[in-house]
Design a protein around this ligand. Structure first.
Ligand code: GLN
Length: 516
């Protein structure tokens, strides 16, 4: 028999497996549509009706925004599960993308009803696409392939190229052409993503074609029935609220979702330990991953202030005039994508070189480092807000420094954490573990919203204290994670080793058999 070409030899995309090209560009366009639309959301909802907006109050608009961003990532959990047990990652990504595109098309229709329907579709589609495409990246690599971290860093760069294009295009269209053209541009972006996904799908080979742990036919029927029931219930609530038969309070719902996401995260994780039929080896790996997830929640709770408290700091307390030009507030958020794109190749090379020198910092260590660097960005905010408390607008350089530190922290933690999920989670639950991980984005974003509520530019005198507390909390958690990581490092290392128990327990799951 002809020897099988190993995945190690496949280096068709910047030294990474060729399939990464497919996933890189699909996710790039998906993120273009996601961030491009997200950047407009609060502005559109709060703009007066005569300006073409929805004329909502800031409180309602920010609650809907928080709910939307929380829900997008919350739905990653069922999305990951559907791929693992029903349809496989490739199909989940494809159908998710189609639903997202439909959502943006609906948003491009200028009407109140279509606005909420569009948001719901984007939430459902992203829940299907986001965790599964990230899990597919990891499946391009063998267990022992040390290109994985660098591969995820490259993939993460695609995410940020997409967000940068999104901010630029929709920001321009919104100001110069009209809201709904900007929403339409997001739909076009997603369409590009789908076209190129389809065209380059063969590069993925067998990766993600089938559900790794399919349910029995009866279980599948039951699951589809539950999914249809859920969609019908959602549709009913939607119709009831748009016709006025039912009213919902977005602020209250946002709080419930934050709580629900946190409970679901812990309960789901625990139930995997109890009911997941894990070997000792797998249980330890998932223990190590849990630490990374906790670091991730704390990280995003700080980082996601970008769209809220840091955005308001830029608008109200920063001197944005350069000569006669006023820097648009939203441009500060582009600093993150810009720094990320510029620094990604450096970080990808750093991880590869460190590995070559046999220095292989653990996932836990890198997460702790990312958290500490991100938190140190808030020391800069402490100084900046002290300067602003004097009554003068402060230099934009403060925010440039903050975004720089936040981006360096992000590069240490975020792509690395994706890589950790794909390596430490048993392959049969790759999608759902990525779904659980994406829940950490959801919890972090919702917490960020709650924290930002205490950082009102009207009360600038209380800001330095708040920022100092965030700094100390972030650094404190980072140090604790660092010490625990000294222990979990050994558990992480089990990922590359054969698991003798596994064959006995899960003999019918060929994908997870130890490699000889
Ligand atoms: N920027 C990253 C992404 O879009 C992380 C998102 C987040 O809010 N955690 O995937």
């Amino acid at each position: 028999m002809e020897p099988k070409k190993t995945q190690q030899q496949d280096n068709g995309f910047f030294g990474q497996p060729a399939g990464l090209q497919t996933l890189f560009f699909t996710e790039m366009w998906e993120r273009m549509s996601y961030y491009g639309m997200r950047a407009l959301l609060v502005l559109f909802m709060t703009a007066a009706i005569q300006e073409g907006g929805l004329g909502m109050t800031v409180a309602v608009a920010t609650a809907i925004y928080g709910l939307y961003t929380g829900a997008v990532y919350f739905m990653g959990l069922p999305g990951g599960w559907i791929a693992d047990r029903l349809i496989g990652g490739q199909r989940a990504t494809w159908y998710g993308g189609i639903v997202i595109m439909c959502g943006h098309i609906v948003l491009a229709i200028p009407s109140n009803t279509s606005f909420f329907l569009g948001l719901i579709l984007v939430v459902l589609g992203t829940g299907m696409l986001k965790p599964n495409i990230s899990a597919l990246v990891g499946q391009l690599y063998d267990d022992g392939d040390d290109r994985r971290d660098a591969g995820y860093t490259l993939y993460y760069m695609g995410i940020n190229i997409g967000s940068l294009i999104g901010y630029l295009v929709t920001g321009y269209l919104m100001e110069n052409v009209g809201w709904h053209w900007a929403f339409g541009a997001a739909a076009v972006g997603m369409a590009f993503g789908l076209l190129q996904y389809r065209a380059t799908l063969p590069k993925l080979g067998k990766v993600g074609v089938d559900a790794p742990k399919p349910l029995s036919p009866q279980g599948q029927r039951l699951s589809w029935a539950v999914i249809v029931l859920f969609l019908v219930a959602l549709g009913t609530v939607f119709v009831a609220t748009t016709t006025g038969a039912m009213t919902i309070d977005p602020v209250a719902i946002a709080q419930y979702v934050a709580l629900a996401a946190t409970i679901v995260f812990f309960v789901y994780y625990l139930s995997i330990f109890i009911f997941g039929n894990l070997t000792k080896n797998e249980a330890k790996r998932l223990g190590a991953l849990f630490l990374v997830c906790i670091a991730s929640i704390c990280f995003w709770a700080g980082f996601e202030q970008a769209g809220s408290s840091l955005n308001l700091f830029a608008r109200d307390l920063t001197d944005r005039m350069v000569g006669s030009f006023e820097i648009p507030t939203a441009w500060f958020q582009m600093l993150n994508s810009g720094f990320l794109i510029a620094l990604s190749p450096f970080f990808a090379a750093l991880w590869v070189n460190l590995t070559k020198k046999m220095i292989n910092p653990s996932y836990g260590f890198k997460s702790a480092l990312g958290l500490i660097i991100m938190a140190s960005g808030f020391i800069v905010m402490f100084w900046a807000s002290q300067a602003a408390a004097s009554g003068m607008k402060v230099s934009p350089n403060w925010l440039v420094a903050v975004y720089f530190l936040h981006t360096v922290g992000e590069l240490c933690l975020s792509p690395v954490a994706l890589s950790a999920v794909s390596k430490l989670a048993p392959r049969r639950m790759a999608g759902q573990m990525m779904g659980i991980f994406v829940l950490t984005y959801s919890i972090g974003s919702l917490m960020a919203g709650l924290i930002a509520g205490n950082l009102d530019p009207e009360n600038v005198s209380t800001m330095p204290d708040m920022y100092m507390q965030i700094t100390l909390f972030g650094i404190g958690v980072g140090v604790v994670v660092f010490f625990i990581a000294l222990k979990t490092r050994k558990w992480e290392e089990l990922a590359g080793q054969p698991d003798p128990e596994h064959v006995a327990i899960n003999a019918n799951e060929p994908m997870d058999k130890p490699k000889l």
